[in-house]
Design a protein around this ligand. Structure first.
Ligand SMILES: *Cc1c(COP(=O)(O)O)cnc(C)c1O
Length: 365
């Protein structure tokens, strides 16, 4: 018996016909970049998020980078980033030409700690990237207040939080000045390849992001900026539009699985994720914390349960970022999560029997 960490097949099997017709629609139209399918998906996704503007782009990393560049952030500037996140959050700052300045996360929801931000602010600080890690929104209001007070851009990294809502039902994607989304296949809303998008209520920023993503070109062969090529192609946009129509049902499926885990796992050695009363959780990842991470993961693997770790190394301890000059011990909460987190299998179509198996194995551990 194997319980995979994730499986996209149950979702895609349900809508195989719709995906095939979407593909044929694009083929028949014969237009593959910057066409009606991308426009239609941008409109639909903006409406879903409740944002005034959505600009499709190549992937989640580009979405974040494009916002920073469009906001004029680059060489000599600093951007505050959580020490515990997927490395793309920090790389976006690097690609924009600015310097990532790390701040520790908080132990409640594992997101950026508002109490750790203020002493990281210098005259060079231009922005803060708030990551809705694992699919839950943390202290967004507190961080927005700090950004406002210090005149900093607030960029959300919503790559794991499609559809997560905060106080008053406001969705991730409009809690700051702009937000980056990823449609990597394994994300909750995933394309059948790479894809990404920026959402914002700022028309000027949206316009600049669109230009930067298209060779810095507002009109064909007019190049105002040194932009890049990062566009959401028609085929992926067509697939995403189909998947967006089914997204709420699939999200409800993930939530039901998470509820089973939350109600069923009763082992004092296993710390369950805490729910933020101010946020819904998309359960992109179901994280538990344990003392002996590798032994726990091995015990699950021994009975065929494929668990993962997100992420085994905090940003400051990656070889890629040794140049930032941080050391072990600098971000204790991030280091603790990296050393103790285990992500349990969770995906639409996972059966109740599979979930119960995982729960029983954990309770007997
Ligand atoms: C996946 C992810 C990204 C990057 O998205 P890509 O589409 O893979 O470039 C950025 N930030 C976080 C938190 C992610 O999980």
């Amino acid at each position: 018996m194997t319980i995979p960490y994730a499986d996209l097949a149950p979702m895609h099997d349900e809508i195989r016909g719709e995906l095939t017709s979407a593909f044929e629609g694009v083929m028949d139209r014969g237009w593959f970049i910057q066409g009606n399918y991308c426009n239609a998906f941008e409109t639909a996704f903006a409406r879903y998020i409740g944002a005034d503007h959505c600009v499709g782009c190549g992937n989640g990393l580009d979405a974040l980078t494009l916002v920073l560049r469009a906001a004029g952030i680059g060489a000599g500037d600093e951007v505050i980033v959580p020490a515990h996140t997927f490395i793309a959050t920090a790389l976006a700052v690097t690609y924009a030409g600015a310097t990532p300045v790390l701040a520790d996360v908080e132990p409640d929801f594992y997101t950026l700690d508002p109490a750790k931000i203020e002493d990281k602010i210098t005259p060079r600080t231009r922005a803060v990237i708030l990551v809705h890690l694992y699919g839950q929104i943390g202290y967004a209001d507190e961080i927005a207040a700090i950004c406002k007070q210090n005149n900093l851009l607030l960029l959300e990294d919503s790559a794991q939080a499609h559809g997560a809502t905060y106080k008053n039902h406001v969705k991730a994607g409009v809690l700051g000045d702009a937000s980056g989304f990823s449609f990597y296949p394994g994300k909750n809303l995933g394309a059948l390849g790479d894809g990404g998008a920026v959402t914002t209520n700022n028309a000027k920023l949206a316009h600049l992001v669109r230009n930067y993503a298209n060779y810095g070109s507002p009109t064909k062969y007019v190049h105002k900026y040194q932009g890049v090529n990062s566009r959401l192609d028609e085929i992926q946009a067509a697939f995403l539009q189909v998947k967006l129509e089914h997204f709420e049902r699939w999200s409800a499926g993930r939530t039901a699985l998470a509820q089973r885990y939350l109600g069923g796992i009763k082992n004092p050695k296993v710390v369950l994720p805490k729910l933020n009363p101010n946020s819904t959780h998309t359960w992109h990842i179901f994280p538990v914390l344990v003392d002996n991470q590798s032994a726990f993961q091995a015990a699950l693997a021994k009975v065929g349960i494929q668990a993962q770790v997100h992420y085994p190394t905090p940003i400051h301890l990656h070889e890629a970022y040794l140049n930032l000059g941080y050391q072990e011990g600098d971000f204790p909460v991030a280091e603790h999560i990296s050393a103790s987190e285990i992500s349990l299998p969770i995906y639409y179509g996972m059966t109740n029997e599979q979930v119960e198996t995982v729960i029983n194995v954990i309770n007997q551990y």
